[in-house]
Structure formats: C-alpha cells, structure tokens
Design a protein around this ligand. Structure first.
Ligand code: NAP
Ligand code: MG
Length: 404
C-alpha cells in the first residue's frame, strides 16, 4: 500500500507519563503505517524542558506560529510534590499550556466525543457542546484583600499621561473583603476573533454570554467587542455558511443550554468557562473523551486531549501492568491536526484518513470494545468488554485497515 504523503510538517509536542506511552503506541499503530508522517518534533517531557530551561516549550510555540498546526501530548506541570519526585529539576517550570497559550494568544475550545452507547446526563443533548473559555484576566489575575475596620475603599487608575480616574468602591462599617480585577481590550478582541474563526472552521453557531446587565461597563465591553468584530469581519461569512451568532445573558444561556440539543459553541468569560466546562464535560460522560483545541486569532491551531498525563496509570505501567487507559482524546488530537493540515495543504486523502481513523475508533466503541473508564458509563443493556490500551488500539487498527 502506498502511504499518504504530507507537504507541510505538523509541530509535534511530546509529553509525559502515561500519555507519552500512548503517544508512541498511537503513532506506531495508527499513523505511521499509513501516513508518511512529517513532523517537527519537540520533546516537552519534563526532564527535557528542564535541560533546555524550558526553551523547548517556547521553540515549540514559535514553530506552531510558523507552521500553523500542532499536536500536543499531555505534560506535567510541576508543583511542590513533583519537585520532590524529580529532584533534578532546577526550577518549578511553568505550565507548558500556559506558555503556549500566551505566545499564540489563543483561546481553548473543549468538545466531547459522543458515542451511541453512552448517553449524556442531560437527555436532550444529541450533539457536542463546545465550550470556549477566555483564558486571560478577570478573577484569575485579580488582587484581593481583607480589612478589619470601618473605612472606605477607592479604585484609582493612573494614566501614563498623568491623568487619573478614581471611583468609590464602597464605604464599610466593619470587616470586609475586596477584589480588584481587570481585562485587556486586546485580549477580549483576540478571544472574540478566535471564537468567530472556530465557529466558521467547524460550521457551528456561536453563543456568547456575560452578565452585562450588572457589570455594565466591564461585561458590557465584552459584549460590544464581540458585536464590533462580528459586524466588521465575520457577519458575511456566517450568513454564507448559514450559521448564527447569538448573545444572551449568562443566566438565560444556562437555561437554554440545558434545554438545547447541543451542536454549538458556547463562548464564556474566564470564570464561567472554568465552571461550565467541568459541568458540561461531566454531563457528557468522561474526561478521557474530551478533546481540546487552542485557536489563535490568526487561525493557528494546536490540538490536544483535555485530560492530564494519567499519573496513576503510569505507575502501574512502570510496574509492568498493562493499563486500560483511554487513548480516544489523544487519537482525536492527532486526527484533528492531520485533518487541519490536510485542509490547509489541499490533501484530500489526508483529510479522509483522519475521518476514517475517527470512524474506526467510534466503530470499535460501538462494537463494545472499550477501556475500563467507559465500561461503567454505557447503557445497561449494552454489552461492553474492558480491554487494555494496546488491545483497544489494535482493535481500532483492524477496523481502520478495512477502510483504507
Ligand atoms: P489526569 O491526568 O487527567 O487524571 C485524573 C484521573 O482521571 C486519572 O487518575 C484517571 O482516573 C482519569 N483519567 C484521565 N484521563 C484518562 C484516560 N485517558 N483514560 C482513563 N482514565 C483517565 O489529571 P491529574 O491526575 O490531575 O494530573 C496528572 C498530571 O497531568 C499532572 O502533573 C498535571 O500537571 C498534568 N496535566 C496536564 C494537562 C495538559 O497537559 N493539558 C492537563 C491536566 C493535567 P482513575 O485513576 O480513576 O482511573
Ligand atoms: Mg474547572
């Protein structure tokens, strides 16, 4: 069989622990036998990040900017416990995802993979709901304080021109808590552009919600920036594709989302997105079935799984046990990246390969062959067998070969 050819390489970011093991299995079993894979490889494994003083993460992000499409394996974000586990670490390196996100100025979109035998907790959800979370500012970059006596709090902005603006926050008669939050217009605009762009790429309606009736200036600015960008750049394309942009209050959005049948993108401010993405992913089933895409305002895209490195399974693997870790979201990161690369380079057979690999995955699950995490979630009358990751991937390969 002739292998499918590529033109532009993908940026490949390798990672840590169990997902690094799955990464190699996926490449060896499901991709390189069929595709003449071209990648620019960056090893974001923790020890290599340490050896390069995290330069490798910056290089990988810049390569993504240059080449346009990346696929990333889950990586360890070191914390205190990891510093003890890996005594050779010279610094508590920052989250690679955070570094990449800030270099690409991107927005994260999370969408579940649905299968027939697992029903969302919300019965009427038939299509995936994609959450777009603004990943800058608000409470995540806020300052807060506690005061104990009666008094007055004001907020002052000092412009570089020398001009000042002061507002009374509140006068209090006893102990109180305070918070100062901000967002940048540039970041809000990038968020808006990434959302409109992704809606166009995936041909889905875009919903956006804030609390602009209460935070008239703060949330009002989010609403205005979205409207401006939509009118200026995206309305015509939306009309051509028959998709819509819809703004509503966050309360109304929550009610509508629950009653909806899914199939749209829900853009959320940072905190709303943090909370709602956990709610939506749990209601759809499993973290192991959640995909994640980082989209920059210029369309640069990085694909990954939403879950982490599955540490507990890795320690079993190191003891020689065959684990039943679910590779679905990581496989879909690869298919997402290959499809996008194929679309950009006009390679129909690469796009079709990505489609077939996803179909082979879903068929395998529909045939009742699945990893342990899913067996507990399927319908009662559905017969499912738990297999190891290697067996699951082999079953997918069989079905994929039959399609090629
Ligand atoms: P995690 O790796 O997502 O795993 C949490 C638990 O969820 C696992 O112990 C497992 O439950 C279940 N799970 C997650 N993915 C699964 C899969 N593919 N198949 C089967 N079960 C799966 O989160 P964590 O344990 O909090 O974090 C581990 C490391 O990952 C941390 O060092 C963190 O920094 C990193 N992390 C990286 C990313 C990223 O790179 N995008 C994201 C999140 C976390 P059971 O043990 O019950 O089977
Ligand atoms: Mg959360």
């Amino acid at each position: 069989m002739n292998k499918i050819q590529m033109i532009t390489p993908l940026v490949e970011m390798d990672g840590d622990e169990m997902t690094r093991i799955l990464w190699q299995m996926i490449k060896d079993q499901l991709i390189t036998p069929f595709v003449e894979l071209k990648t620019e490889y960056y090893d974001l494994g923790l020890l290599h990040r340490n050896e390069t003083r995290d330069q490798v993460t910056v290089d990988a992000a810049n390569a993504t900017k240059r080449l346009g499409v990346a696929v990333k394996c889950a990586t360890i974000t070191p914390n205190k416990q990891r510093m003890e586990e890996y005594p050779q670490l010279t610094e508590m390196w920052k989250s690679p995802n955070g570094t990449i996100r800030s270099i690409l100025d991107g927005t994260v979109f999370r969408a579940p993979i649905l299968i027939d035998s697992i029903h969302p907790v919300v019965k009427n959800w038939k299509e995936p709901i994609t959450i777009a979370r603004h990943a800058y500012g608000d409470v995540y970059k806020s300052v807060d304080m506690y005061t104990t006596e009666p008094g007055t709090c004001t907020m002052t902005f000092k412009g570089e021109s020398g001009e000042e603006k002061t507002l009374l926050v509140q006068k209090v008669d006893g102990p109180a808590v305070w918070q100062g939050a901000h967002n940048k217009e540039k970041s809000i605009r990038s968020f808006a552009r990434a959302c409109f762009q992704y809606a166009i790429d995936t041909r889905q309606d875009l919903w956006f919600s804030t609390k602009d009736t209460i935070a008239k200036i703060y949330d009002g600015q989010f609403k205005r920036v979205f409207e401006e960008e939509f009118e200026k750049t995206y309305r015509a394309k939306f009309e051509e594709l028959g998709i819509t942009y819809f703004y509503t209050l966050i309360d109304d959005a929550v009610a509508r989302v629950i009653r909806s049948k899914g199939g749209f993108i829900w853009a959320c401010k940072n905190y709303d997105g943090d909370v709602m993405s956990d709610m939506v992913s749990t209601a759809f089933g499993s973290l192991a079935m959640m995909t994640s895409v980082l989209v920059a305002p210029d369309g640069t895209t990085e694909y990954e799984a939403a879950h982490g490195t599955v540490t507990k399974h890795y320690y079993k693997h190191l003891k020689g046990e065959a684990t039943s870790t679910n590779p679905m979201a990581t496989i879909y990161a690869w298919t997402g990246a290959l499809r996008k690369r194929g679309q950009l380079d006009g390679l129909e057979d690469l796009v079709s390969f990505a489609d077939k690999l996803e179909k082979a995955c879903v068929e395998t699950l529909n045939d009742g062959i699945m990893t342990k995490d899913l067996v507990g979630l399927v319908d009662q009358d559905f017969h499912a067998t738990a297999v190891t990751s290697a067996e699951f991937i082999a079953a997918i390969r069989g079905r994929l070969e039959a399609k090629l």
